[in-house]
Design a binder for this molecule. Structure first.
Ligand SMILES: Cc1cc2nc3c(=O)[nH]c(=O)nc-3n(C[C@H](O)[C@H](O)[C@H](O)COP(=O)(O)OP(=O)(O)OC[C@H]3O[C@@H](n4cnc5c(N)ncnc54)[C@H](O)[C@@H]3O)c2cc1C
Length: 416
């Protein structure tokens, strides 16, 4: 139904990703959910072997020079395997590599992006700390400048790929003087797994298992100066562009992860009978299915409209509100769609006879990670008010002046 939004290249790429999705053995899906697989290296290696990772990047680094619309189509397809597959597919190739391609040197792209897109190595992104994830600029991990290298100390929490990744994109405080504005105090580093990098804890998760999600500690890790990504003190610039893959990518993959719940529920409700009739003949059931379909369609419309805005080159500043609104709306809508799917299946939907219970567990993460729904609202509200004067100036009509009593005295238009 949304195929018309894709051109031939985007559709062709999406179809290649579909082939990868059908390649994944059923046992791998089950083993991930049971935590029998700790990190799906084999899956990422296969995706890399097929040339499906990082489709936006230049061909010389192993990409396809496609765009965000193609990326969203790919992430949506991978999401159908289960949310965690899309998480690991996205974190390294779409997120960490995005930062390196946009802010790194050619040499860094050769060293870190090329092998990742081939599927030979994996990467993780380290923003969140035990003291908090939402307050990103309050990071306390430090990197002390020793000339030709930095010494990294601190901890990062809830890192997908803490176990499994070969290198980490780490934000750390380089301006140790507390007077420096927090926005100029952080630097981004590419840190290879090695001496001093330790996985201190692996989390027992409600869903999204098998991604090696853990707490990482850095003890006197020597990071060569050439592994600084962007400028020293310039992490804000990296963070600003990373918000696009973090939030838009999350939205796209969430649609794919939710859709199978609705497919299963649709089939079930046409076969299951109550009071002598198939239950989809009850409006109480079919309307919940229709509402879920509407939420998924609205989510797709929003994701692809936002992807087009990013592809049009509006930049991180120009799309910040749209991307944040998309992340919040889509992740919450998809959870509602999966909730409806479980509800119309009655008791059996709550069991592992059907996959809907796993999907519901997995999807709960969507409105928490890569920025919570509350933080998306903080960003959207801030941007909306900031844009207000410009928006007003561009309007063809001032709606306020069309009120019958628009000219009422200041005694009626009271603001304080
Ligand atoms: C399974 C999993 C995988 C993850 N993967 C990664 C990863 O790979 N890399 C990574 O860096 N992080 C990762 N995260 C971390 C995730 O991004 C954070 O958990 C999230 O950003 C919230 O941070 P926090 O948990 O510290 O909550 P807090 O920041 O402590 O927030 C707690 C609550 O307070 C609310 N809140 C905070 N500030 C405000 C405010 N100003 N206004 C309104 N409400 C507010 C939040 O919305 C939330 O509801 C992952 C988390 C999980 C659970």
């Amino acid at each position: 139904m949304f195929d018309h939004l894709l051109d031939d290249d985007q559709r062709g790429f999406r179809d290649e990703v579909r082939e990868l999705v059908s390649w994944v053995p059923r046992q791998m899906v089950l083993d991930m959910d049971a935590d029998r697989i700790r990190f799906p290296r084999e899956f990422l290696a296969e995706a890399g072997r097929r040339g499906l990772l990082g489709c936006r990047y230049p061909r010389r680094f192993g990409g396809r020079e496609l765009d965000w619309v193609a990326t969203c189509a790919a992430l949506e397809e991978v999401g159908r395997l289960g949310y965690i597959f899309a998480c690991v597919f996205g974190v390294g190739a779409e997120l960490v590599c995005d930062a390196i391609v946009l802010h790194g040197t050619d040499e860094q792209c050769e060293r870190f992006v090329v092998p990742l897109l081939r599927g030979d190595v994996c990467a993780a992104e380290c923003l969140t700390e035990p003291r908090g994830g939402s307050d990103f600029f309050g990071a306390t991990t430090t990197a002390e400048d020793r000339g030709d290298h930095f010494v990294l100390n601190g901890q990062k929490r809830f890192i997908v790929g803490a176990e499994g990744a070969d290198y980490f994109l780490v934000y750390a405080r380089t301006a140790l003087d507390r007077d420096v504005d927090a926005r100029d105090a952080l630097t981004c580093f590419l840190v290879e797994r090695g001496p001093g990098v330790r996985v201190e804890y692996l989390y027992g998760l409600m869903g999204c298992r098998g991604g090696g999600t853990g707490r990482l500690a850095f003890h006197d890790v020597e990071v060569p100066r050439e592994n600084v990504l962007g400028e020293v003190g310039g992490a804000k610039a990296v963070f600003d562009t990373m918000m696009i893959p973090e939030r838009l990518g999350t939205a796209a993959m969430t649609i794919g992860a939710a859709a199978p719940a609705l497919d299963v529920a649709t089939g079930y409700t046409t076969r299951r009978k109550a009071f002598g009739r198939p239950i989809n003949e009850f409006e109480g059931v079919s309307f919940q299915v229709a509402d879920a379909a509407m939420l998924l369609d609205a989510s797709r419309a929003m994701v692809y409209a936002t992807a087009r805005a990013v592809d049009a080159g509006l930049g991180a500043g120009g799309t910040r509100r749209l991307v944040s609104e998309t992340k919040k709306f889509v992740t919450e809508s998809c959870q509602q769609a999966a909730h409806n799917a479980m509800q119309v299946m009655g008791g059996i939907g709550y069991t592992n006879v059907f996959p809907v219970e796993r999907i519901v567990r997995d999807l709960r993460l969507a409105s928490i990670w890569t920025g919570t729904s509350e933080i998306m609202s903080v960003v959207a509200a801030h941007e909306w008010y900031r844009e207000h004067p410009r928006r007003q100036a561009s309007l063809a009509r001032d709606a306020e002046a069309d009120a019958a009593e628009a000219g009422a005295s200041e005694a009626e238009k009271v603001y304080e």
